[in-house]
Structure formats: C-alpha cells, structure tokens
Ligand binder design. Structure first.
Ligand code: COA
Length: 325
C-alpha cells in the first residue's frame, strides 16, 4: 500500500455570527446556560450560501496552498448531512464549481464522523493506487435542519466547511485510521429529511417526523465520552505514545464538557486538545478540518508533528486518525 499524506488544509465559515445572547431572544435560554453546559459562545449561520458554496470556498483555499491546479485533482469526497440536494451530490457541484473535470466525485454521510470516514475512503483509494490525490471536504449548513424553536438543540449547531488535499507520498503521513458505528443507538440523534409519504403505506410508524435534528442529549453524551476516550487511548497504546509525542489532539467540537471528560479520564492536559467550539459550535463533518486548518494557520503544527483527530456523532458513528505531518 502507498503512504498517503495530508498536504494542505482550507476552510470557510459564513459571515453572520449568532451569539448566545441573540439566541436567548429566540428561545428560553441564556448565555450562562449555554456556556456552562456546552462551552459554546457563538456560531456562524449561512444566510445566502449553500453547503456546496462553503465546500467550494474551503476547496479553493486548500488547493491553492498545495499549489495544485483543479484539473489535476483525481478524487473529490464531500462528507455532509446537509447536501444542497440528493442529486447531484455536493461533491459533483464542487467539482463543477472549481473546474476539477478529471475528478471522480461523491458524497458520504457519517454525520460528525464524516470527515474521518472520508479520509479513510480516500486513503484506501490512494493507498491501493486507484488515484494519486484527493480532496476531502467536510461541509454543513446545519442551520437548515435546526429547529430554531427547540432550545435543547438550536444552541448547539453552526455552519462551516473544511478541506484537506491528500497525495500519495514517501512520508508516513496518515499512520492509522479507525472507524466504527453503533447503529442500534441511531435513534438518539435523528434528522429525517425523507418523509415516508408513500400513499400505499396506510400504517406509517416511521420515527421520522420532519427534517429537524432531534437528539437524546444524555444518551449521545454517554456515547461521545466513551468513544472519544477509547479512540485516543487505543492510538496511544498501539503506537506506544506518551503525551509529549503528540503535538495536538483535534476532537470533534461538540461540547467542551466531552473534551474535558476525555482530558481527565486519559490524564492528558487540556492544552493538548485544540478547541474552537466557542466560536463555531458543533459543525458536524466540518468541525475537524475547520479546527485542523485553524491550527495550521496559527502555526501550531509543523513538519514532523504527530496529530490525533477523533470524531463521533450521528449514526451513531465514531472514527480516529493518527497523522504525521
Ligand atoms: C445537549 C446537552 C448540552 C444538554 O445538557 P444536559 O446537562 O444533558 O441537559 P438536559 O438535557 O438534562 O436538560 C437540563 C435542563 O435544561 C433545560 N434546557 C435544555 N436546553 C436548554 C437551553 N438551551 N437553555 C436553558 N435550558 C435548557 C432542559 O429543558 C432541562 O430542564 P428541566 O430540568 O426543567 O427538564 C448535553 O446533553 C450534551 O452535550 N449532549 C451531547 C450532545 C452532543 O454532543 N451532540 C452532538 C454529538 S455529535
């Protein structure tokens, strides 16, 4: 198998910032409740851009940094739960918008683990020689599936995109990927965009009522704290790593309490964890590449550094990455 490395990163967020105080005018909540329960202060909401627009902006900035021309790209994968439409896929829309006319393009849906799943698929296809490079994008307009009258969910989510450009390489690059799913817990985080309205089905007992996110927060919290800790622990053990061997851990940015739980349980300093959820909330599949790009832009990752990324969310799904840059 070929080694595969991440060459460059990019991201994009909408301009509109919605603060906790603004939300407290929409629903019965407060900055104090949101901050203490989640750590989130602001989120971005897209007014006029669709998921493919945010994905395209992240892709353009990412390939510019890699000095690659769009027509050289061979594979585009977009991870999203909020595609512009069912077909064409968001990846095909991006392919057209950036002019990557030689690329194969498709979407995947693994919710907040989607970016890790996308990197996994791309790494496998590059590793076996099918393609030589790939653009993997996580992009979401979660505002489209957020019920802005439901205080238990609307305070959590935001819109964003992030991208990585990957190439076959001599360097170690992506050293480990694992993914998993616990579909038996799928009903604890739902967005049922497809209404089962088949006229021949007179006895419709589907749990899906509409497209809004519905969540059993405590069940998802228990799942998230378990899988984030186990995923990081497994990588440390397999590669015989200590905290000082790792430059940064980039967790999915769902809730500060989940990250603090992992930090305490694993006895890893909270400073090792890159945290930007205070600015963007939970942006599902965009959250890890957005954070990774920010960490690069702040000069926090250099060549040779090892970084762990860990995702978890709807499905329920989880996944983790060990990368050497
Ligand atoms: C969602 C979450 C922050 C809720 O925190 P919690 O401590 O579990 O809070 P609960 O759901 O038990 O609600 C406690 C109370 O706060 C209320 N509440 C819920 N949302 C509120 C809000 N935005 N503002 C004020 N009160 C709120 C509830 O109605 C409840 O009131 P009650 O006790 O009178 O019934 C937490 O469960 C969580 O983070 N879960 C994981 C979610 C997640 O990460 N999902 C994405 C995974 S990718």
């Amino acid at each position: 198998m070929n080694n595969v490395r991440i060459v460059s990163t990019g991201s994009s967020v909408p301009e509109l910032i919605i603060t906790n105080d603004m939300l407290s005018k929409l629903v019965d909540t407060s900055d104090e409740w949101i901050t203490t329960r989640t750590g989130i202060k602001n989120r971005r909401v897209s007014v006029d851009k669709d998921t493919s627009d945010l994905a395209t902006e992240a892709a353009v900035s990412c390939i510019k940094k890699a000095s690659v021309k769009a027509e050289e790209i061979e594979l585009i994968i977009v991870a999203t739960v909020t595609p512009d439409m069912f077909t064409p896929s968001t990846a095909c829309i991006v392919q057209n918008k950036i002019g990557a006319f030689k690329a194969s393009a498709f979407d995947i849906n693994a919710a907040c683990s989607g970016f890790i799943y996308g990197v996994d698929v791309a790494k496998s296809l590059l590793g076996c020689g099918r393609f030589r490079n790939a653009l993997v994008i996580g992009a979401e307009c979660l505002s489209k599936i957020t019920n802005w009258e439901d205080r238990s969910t609307c305070v959590l989510f935001g819109d964003a995109s992030g991208a990585v450009y990957m190439e076959v390489s001599d360097k170690p690059g992506i050293m480990k990927i694992s993914t998993g799913a616990e579909g038996d817990k799928g009903n604890s985080l739902l967005s049922g965009a497809l209404k089962p309205n088949n006229p021949f089905n007179r006895n419709n007992t589907s749990p899906y009522k509409d497209h809004f996110v519905k969540m059993n927060g405590q069940e998802v919290y228990r799942f998230a704290t378990r899988v984030i800790s186990e995923s990081i622990k497994d990588i440390f053990e397999e590669f015989n790593l200590t905290e000082k061997d790792i430059k940064l851990i980039i967790p999915h940015q769902a809730n500060l309490r989940i990250i603090e739980f992992a930090s305490k349980k694993l006895n890893i300093s909270i400073d090792k964890f890159y945290i930007n959820l205070q600015d963007y909330g939970n942006t599902s599949s965009a959250s890890i590449p957005l954070a990774l790009n920010e960490a690069f832009e702040k000069g926090m990752i250099s060549e040779g550094d090892k970084v762990i990324a860990v995702g978890f969310g709807g499905g329920l799904t989880y996944g983790s990455l060990l990368i050497q840059f």
